[in-house]
Design a protein around this ligand. Structure first.
Ligand code: PAF
Length: 284
């Protein structure tokens, strides 16, 4: 695996990869990450390998997607361990640009993906998805992958990126990869490391609530009652606050008041200082 930190060397590395497979049609898959890799990321890498001849992974802790109250400096950085995992997984290129390479002096652009980025986490973390859309568009411009894999765990992010790619004709196939879960159902996330033992036990109420609420909705319970009971279940199980539990159209993420089309049940809730998100598909 080769690691590159500036655009000229990335270009050289990519040209070599593209020339490496005989015949035309060398496919490159990309997995954008912010590092601190866990099994959830490695599932994205595995999926990427199924779609292409070579896999490029980026690690860039993107400052523009952090809000003023979110601690960019505290975000875990462990590039050496990440690189070892990626190398073992057969990744061809690690793209690890510096902040100056990504946002040189004079940088002035920002991409806003209207509507789908505005509710849910977008309402609670203003500007977050502008930062995500802008950096992902830049990463796609730099690497020019044929396909890119993103986790369904960050379902709104996936929906924003699908909209971005369609609207800007970015010619990248976006693959959503099902959420990787611990044996008790908790979605894998770098944030789980912040939970103490007691909180970790309580956290399982989040996926449990999603499954129970999905079943209740499919059996005909009306949406407002189901969502109210879902919030009650989280608070009764040790969560300190609930940012949202919402049933949305699976594509546009418009909130639904009836389960009358393919939908997604999404939730965000806090235990102590740790904010957890999760979601599942709910089909009528
Ligand atoms: O999901 C993430 O890790 C980030 O939001 C992404 C897509 C790499 C953009 O910085």
């Amino acid at each position: 695996m080769q690691t590159f930190r500036d655009l000229p060397s990335l270009d050289t590395g990519l040209s070599a990869l593209r020339a490496d497979v005989s015949g035309s049609g060398t496919r490159i898959a990309m997995v954008p990450t912010m590092g601190a890799l866990h099994a959830g990321h490695m599932a994205l890498v595995e999926e990427a390998r199924r779609h292409a001849d070579h896999v490029v992974v980026s690690i860039f802790v993107n400052p523009t997607q952090f809000g003023p109250n979110e601690d960019l400096a505290a975000y875990p950085r462990r590039e050496a361990a990440d690189a070892a995992m990626l190398e073992a997984a057969g990744v061809a290129i690690l793209w690890a640009p510096t902040v100056d390479v990504m946002y040189p002096a004079g940088f002035a652009s920002s991409i806003h993906v209207a509507r789908v980025s505005e509710g849910l986490d977008g309402a609670i973390r203003p500007g977050h998805f502008d930062g995500v859309a802008t950096v992902v568009a830049k990463l796609f411009g730099q690497v020019r992958p044929d396909v890119a894999c993103f986790g369904e765990k960050d379902y709104q992010q996936l929906a924003v990126i699908r909209r971005l790619v369609a609207d800007l004709d970015l010619r990248v196939e976006i693959v959503g990869v099902p959420t990787k879960r611990d044996t008790d159902g908790l979605a894998l996330s770098s944030r789980n490391a912040y939970l103490d033992d007691g909180q970790r036990v309580m956290a399982v109420a989040l996926p449990e609530m999603l499954v129970m609420t999905g079943e209740a909705l499919r059996s005909g319970l009306d949406v407002p009652t189901a969502l109210q009971e879902a919030t009650g279940h989280l608070l009764g199980s040790g969560f300190d606050s609930v940012d949202y539990v919402v049933l949305c159209d699976a594509q546009s993420l418009t909130p639904l008041t009836a389960l009358d089309r393919p939908a997604r049940l999404l939730a965000a809730a806090r235990i102590g200082a740790t904010r957890l998100i999760d979601n599942i598909a709910v089909n009528p």
